[in-house]
Design a binder for this molecule. Structure first.
Ligand code: NA7
Length: 531
């Protein structure tokens, strides 16, 4: 008999809701969390400027109408400290603390066919057995620090944004080098520039960024909004991205150019990435259509940045808008007009090494007092592989996913009985408002486990055929879009040696939810029960 019904790994948005949902269904559950606080990605990414790129009214749990009504967000886009306060409030309100073991990293999980349970080991030397394993480790948690020759010799402090020191970092009067210009680099750069003597931004690839137009959330807006929260959430669940976005419903290529210019200008002024890319039906499926929005954005960069040479370098080229995560910032481009900020092009002159006092590129040396890496994550698989998960016959997950991560409906993996991945490969995950996607997965898994329990079944595992067919569908849908056409973490291109696979379901949250429900209603079609 296993110690527990479910072991949950991680206590971010997914882990917290999993613990709550499973316990509410009468299951015994414990979560292990490596951090000494809850919050997952919002615990670790405490760098200055960290902010969610989904609006706070959307990026919040929908499972409790009472919580929705009680909690007040202060800004349109929530900053990291506020999200962390929200998650702590959730843990308090729903009494989750006794079910979460902090400062404990899961080091291994092995399936034992004889007892139909998972043996889970932790870095405190402990262990526990559970009938079900639910990793809720997040898609972006294993950080990627570039292997630069000489980094160990650097005399100043260096930081990765997702392992920011809790006591903060003081750059006052310092010469700082920032490597990485993705969503994170673009958020942290203006914060560093505000106090540093000089900021050198080392850019390998220019990124598209739209304004946030972040602002305080007005009381009357909030009240009006909360009145219709239920209907809004219902729409969100059926929407493409998990956030209702209103587009024209027409292709950009068939619109008069003045109308296009007017609409993009309105959306640029209103702020936000999703309304921008959702404005027309063809922006993410036709390169020619995408070029229209790309050129509009390059025009804005040239308008904002004073020095034409710097503006030229900041203009992204060579990949479609949206094929790398569209960044959001109100002040990134304008920051390059400051006299204490320099853009260093490491595409044409790559970084060669780090020396005790700075960074050397193929074009020259930059003396630095501190270095910041905003170089992203080994997405989706990094944190799961770090755990040494072994399925039936001892098969390591790392081996099962050698050619790329795959899962049936993104939620279960062939060869790994009674393991459920939350926002796993083959689900909308990062291509959606991930909080709603998390809720959907957790509820689906909870219902499956209850169904197994009530039916007296010991195990459940997808068939290889069902998994393959689903992942083929995932690829077909993706290949009909422009999403896989950039070298980014979306396809694993940022990690040397990682297979290039686009594992995200981009067919829309609504249709995806319907498919998952259909599979459950048909008695968990595509799954094998009891071996
Ligand atoms: P990203 O989006 O992966 O961005 C990482 C950045 O770091 C990007 O500009 C990379 O350039 C750069 N990078 C990575 N490795 C190197 C090396 N070795 N040398 C130079 N530059 C490098 O990570 P973020 O943290 O910004 O965002 C991740 C997600 O978190 C984001 O999409 C949101 O969903 C939240 P590259 O483009 O690879 O040339």
């Amino acid at each position: 008999m296993a110690d527990l019904d479910v072991v949950v790994v991680g206590a971010g948005f997914a882990g917290l809701y999993a613990v709550h949902a499973f316990r509410s269904a009468g299951l015994t559950v414990r979560a292990f969390e490596a951090g000494d606080g809850i919050g997952g990605t919002w615990f670790w990414n405490s760098y200055p400027g960290a902010r969610c790129d989904v609006e706070s009214k959307d990026y919040s749990y929908s499972f409790s109408p009472e919580l929705e009504q009680e909690w007040s967000w202060s800004e349109r886009y929530p900053a990291q400290p506020e999200i962390l306060r929200y998650l702590n409030r959730v843990a308090d309100k729903f009494g989750l603390w006794p079910l979460i073991q902090l400062s404990t990293r899961v080091t291994g999980a092995a399936w034992d066919a004889a007892t139909s349970s998972w043996a889970v080991t932790t870095d405190d030397g402990g262990g526990v057995t559970a009938r079900y394993l639910v990793p809720t480790v997040g898609c972006l948690s294993a950080c990627n620090v570039p292997d630069l020759p000489g980094l160990a010799s650097f005399e100043g402090p260096w930081y990765h944004t997702s392992r920011w020191p809790k006591e903060g970092a003081d750059f006052t009067g310092k010469r700082v080098g920032l490597v990485g210009t993705g969503s994170t680099g673009i958020q942290v750069a203006p914060e560093i520039a505000a106090t540093a003597e000089h900021l050198y931004v080392f850019q390998r690839t220019a990124n598209f960024a739209v304004p946030n137009r972040n602002r305080p959330w007005l009381e009357e807006e909030e009240a009006a909004f909360k009145e219709h929260y239920r209907e809004y959430r219902a729409d969100a669940r059926q929407s493409f991205l998990g956030v209702p976005v209103t587009g024209t419903g027409r292709p950009v290529l068939e619109e008069p150019r003045e109308d296009v210019q007017r609409l993009f200008t309105q959306r640029w002024q209103a702020g936000g990435g999703m309304p921008f890319l959702g404005a027309y039906t063809d922006l993410l499926v036709s390169q020619e259509a995408n070029d229209v929005v790309a050129e509009f954005m390059r025009d804005r960069i040239r308008e904002i940045v004073d020095d034409p040479a710097v503006a030229g370098l900041l203009c992204p080229r060579g990949y479609p808008v949206g094929a790398k995560r569209l960044c959001q910032s109100d002040d990134y481009y304008a920051m390059f007009n400051r006299p204490n900020v320099s853009l260093v092009d490491i595409r044409s002159a790559p970084v060669e090494s780090v020396y005790p006092g700075g960074v050397k590129t193929a074009a020259g040396s930059y003396d630095l007092d501190a270095l910041v890496f905003a170089t992203g994550f080994d997405a989706l698989t990094g944190a799961l592989f770090a755990m040494d998960i072994r399925g039936a016959s001892g098969l390591p997950l790392r081996t099962a996913w050698q050619a790329g991560a795959q899962a049936y409906l993104g939620v279960a993996v062939a060869g790994f009985p009674n393991m459920f991945t939350i926002t796993g490969p083959g689900s909308p995950a990062v291509f959606s408002n991930v909080v709603l996607s998390i809720e959907q997965h957790v509820e689906w898994v909870r219902d499956a486990i209850v169904w197994l329990r009530d039916g007296g079944h010991a195990t459940m595992e997808p068939t290889v055929a069902a998994q393959r067919a689903w992942m083929e569908h995932v690829s077909q849908v993706a290949n009909a879009t422009l999403f896989p056409r950039a070298d980014s973490w979306y396809v694993g291109a940022n990690i040397p040696g990682k297979p290039r696979v686009f594992p995200w379901y981009v067919g829309g949250c609504g249709p995806y939810r319907a498919k998952c429900d259909e599979v459950a209603a048909a008695g968990y079609q595509g799954f094998t029960l009891d071996g």
